[in-house]
Design a binder for this molecule. Structure first.
Ligand code: NDP
Length: 451
């Protein structure tokens, strides 16, 4: 037994912190955890979970529209935003309770309040002081607001889940995950949506075919894109709406303006400098493959680090810290081939390299691409195409990247991610029998390389 109050003290009760705390405790460590807000963190309280619930809500519109092609006659559907917000809140509260019980059952001592590093082994939470042999920082990130005159009249994604009134016209600024996902949600629920992005196509970093396919699908559903410029001012109108002037001179009035312009690590007043923890660009904590910071006793996982900001990645990192430090199972984390999904409408998902990334690293590629109308859309007459794409190394035949746009993209890619991660070849894909009729069978039946 050490002289410290805890073997591990975790700052932040989100996905990564809670996982590390529970698993460390199960390995026999004495664990404390502090959280200033609600247990569950970004993912459960103001991220993945409520977002997906809102995506489900917004998809009913498409189902109602498509139903006629299948013989259904529906009456006038009405939608209640307050009812949806209340139902979402009940589910979030339930999950918050589950997180609390998981920690309690694991024997983790939970302290309410924001933690601050005092030194390499001491944490302050309000007036209380705790000592710990090891400290894990898992405080996540917070939405970033660019400096625009009147920018405080805009909301961020944290606010979008609980708006008192549903907006009739919504401006979304940004072209990343949150921008396209909320565009789909608000559009599906009946708002008129404009996405304003400073470049010329959404989802920078994704495969170019995927970007174009998602953009076309969103346009087909009524989302408008306003590219290559940015807002220069936001003012409140007499009727409470927001008057936005853009750098190209265009102007418009919106009920809500949403900044979806990235997230920054939530490290203000965390005491990183006091403890000597080094940070990199954007204030992200620099860690090694064991999530150890520049200070021997201090670790960091999740969105506060300089790695991939996704919940399952934070879970993997937190679990690995627990196993390595308290389970006698040294486990470096591997961020290769992390599957990703964007719950836009249409949705997109991928694992491995984009075609551009592969071209920069491999001499010769084979590209397989299939664009097709999902069977579900045939009777409903929806003119939207799905996309399946494989990026293959011509020399080894290994599948380097796999990309899907269309219904259930994430559900499809999760399974195929095992194959890509295992380094399987196109010949292995070809030997696999398809499941018919599905969209996913395209991935094992594409025979003709297009490039
Ligand atoms: P992203 O990094 O995905 O996108 C940020 C967007 O904002 C980019 O289009 C960026 O443009 C733009 N931007 C940045 N700064 C400015 C500025 N000053 N003025 C105008 N535009 C700006 O961040 P998000 O906020 O969408 O999401 C944060 C992170 O959360 C994601 O990176 C992802 O890791 C995670 N997330 C994951 C989800 C999922 O797995 N489905 C869902 C939601 C979030 P540019 O491209 O030019 O840099």
């Amino acid at each position: 037994m050490s002289n410290f109050d805890f073997d591990l003290f975790v700052i932040g009760g989100g996905s990564g912190g809670v996982r590390a705390a529970r698993i460390s405790a199960s390995h026999g460590a004495r664990v404390g955890l502090c959280e200033e807000s609600r247990l569950g963190g970004t993912c459960v309280i103001r991220g993945c979970v409520p977002k997906k619930l809102l995506v489900f809500a917004s998809q009913f519109r498409e189902a109602f529209e498509d139903a006629a092609g299948y013989g259904w006659q529906l009456g006038q559907a009405t939608f209640s935003w307050p009812d949806l917000v209340a139902a979402k809140e009940r589910e979030i509260t339930r999950l918050e309770g589950v997180y609390g019980r998981l920690l309690e059952n694991a024997g983790v001592e939970v302290v309410q309040g924001r933690g601050r590093l005092v030194d390499a082994h001491t944490i302050a939470v309000g007036e209380q002081r705790f000592s710990a042999a090891k400290i894990l920082i898992a405080v996540g990130g917070r939405p970033f607001r660019p400096t625009v005159p009147g920018g405080d009249l805009a909301i961020v994604s944290d606010d979008a889940f609980d708006l008192p009134r549903f907006p009739e016209r919504t401006l979304i600024i940004g072209g990343g995950y949150i921008a396209v996902e909320f565009a789909g949600i608000f559009n599906g629920l009946g708002s008129e949506v404009v996405v304003n992005y400073r470049r010329d196509c959404i989802l920078r970093g994704f495969d170019d075919d995927v970007r174009r396919s998602v953009e076309a699908g969103m346009q087909g559903r009524g989302v408008r894109f306003h590219y290559n410029n940015h807002p220069v001012s936001i003012e409140e109108c007499k009727d409470g709406r927001r008057h936005v002037v853009f750098s190209d001179g265009l102007e418009g009035d919106f009920d809500q303006v949403l900044f979806a312009t990235g997230r920054k690590p939530y490290t203000g007043d965390l005491g990183l400098a006091a403890a000597g923890v080094a940070t990199g660009p954007g204030g992200r904590i620099i860690v090694d493959e064991y999530s150890r910071s520049s200070v021997e006793s201090i670790f960091a996982v999740g969105d506060v680090t300089d790695r991939i900001a996704l919940t399952p990645v934070a879970l993997m990192e937190g679990h690995a810290v627990a196993d390595t430090e308290f389970g006698n199972m040294p486990r470096p984390v591997d961020h290769a081939n992390v599957p990703m999904a964007v719950f836009s409408q249409p949705s997109a998902s991928c694992v491995g390299m984009t075609e551009a990334e592969a071209r920069a690293q491999f001499k010769e590629l084979k590209i397989f691409r299939s664009e097709f109308t999902p069977m579900k859309y045939t009777l409903s007459g929806r003119a939207e195409k799905g996309l399946m794409k494989l990026v293959v190394d011509a020399h080894s035949d290994r599948v380097l990247g796999l990309h899907v746009v269309g219904p259930d993209a994430a559900e499809i890619v999760q399974g195929f991610a095992v194959a890509v991660r295992a380094g399987l070849t196109k010949a292995d894909f070809d030997r696999t029998v398809g499941i018919h009729p599905t969209s996913a069978e395209e991935l094992v039946t594409m025979r003709q390389a297009i490039a």
